[in-house]
Design a protein around this ligand. Structure first.
Ligand code: 13P
Length: 250
């Protein structure tokens, strides 16, 4: 399945919403007609709600994703879910390396790379999340950290058509703080240049680069108009259906 060239608006719901809230979200979403917008829409709910959303929204072209997966395909890993299990139920996208997973689960770049390869092997799209902490930024190490996460995260990838990188500064997540637009532009350019140098022109053209961290309906169109930004990864603003629709329309 090749990636479409439309901008991607992805909602990461994290550990939020119950079935009743999701049903209301789906009703308003479908009434708004926004699924026919000129953008691809991806929603990543909790694992438990994936199948429900696949039934309700996938027929309308909305992509449904998982927020993480295990780096092995099966085995004695209590509480974990593997890439083939997601594929089997119709998942289109899997996120790997979100900063909350890196921190809470102590995930290494090497483990994240194994997850990413597993997702691709199971013919789904993967969203590799990268980003620097505030301390790293203050020490002028942001770019080094990000490019190192990308270099290890993409190790052994051969085809980039199913790959997205989401640049999410850790300090911008859930904080209401957005980097300067010039900063975002600079990091995005550096990411694209890095992919071009390391993997070639075709890879740089095929890979999608998203921005995430305190995106809302007031800043979304400005961020989307930055060169090299192919879409947005939205956290808390994607939980509010009115906000999310405004972002998709932006
Ligand atoms: P917020 O949009 O709430 O800052 O979260 C961003 C995020 O973590 C998306 O993956």
């Amino acid at each position: 399945m090749l990636k479409s060239k439309k901008p991607l608006i992805a909602g990461n719901w994290k550990m939020n919403k119950n079935l009743e809230e999701i049903s209301k979200f789906v009703d308003v979403f479908l009434k708004s007609g926004v699924e026919n917008n000129k953008k691809d829409v991806l929603i990543c709910p909790s694992y438990l709600h994936i199948e429900f959303l696949i039934k309700k929204l996938k027929p309308y072209g909305v992509k449904i994703g998982a927020q993480n997966c295990h780096f092995r395909e099966k085995g004695p890993f209590t509480g974990e879910v593997s890439a083939p299990m997601f594929k089997e139920i119709g998942v289109d996208y899997v996120m790997v390396g979100h900063s909350e997973c890196r921190t809470l689960r102590n995930e290494s770049n090497e483990n994240i790379n194994l997850k990413l390869l597993n997702v691709l092997k199971n013919t789904m799209h993967v969203v590799l999340c990268v980003g620097e902490t505030l301390e790293e930024r203050k020490n002028f190490r942001a770019l080094d950290i990000i490019l190192n996460q990308i270099m290890i995260g993409l190790n052994n990838v051969k085809n980039f058509d199913e790959v997205f990188i989401a640049y999410e500064p850790v300090w911008a997540i859930g904080s209401g703080k957005l980097p300067d637009l010039e900063d975002i532009k600079n990091i995005m350019k550096n990411i694209r240049d890095f992919v071009r140098k390391k993997y070639g022109i075709r890879a740089a053209d095929e890979i999608g680069i998203l921005y995430g961290g305190s995106v809302d309906s007031c800043n979304s169109s400005k961020i989307l108009s930055i060169k090299n930004v192919d879409g947005l990864l939205v956290g808390s603003a994607s939980l509010n259906i009115k906000e999310f629709i405004k972002i998709i329309k932006s």
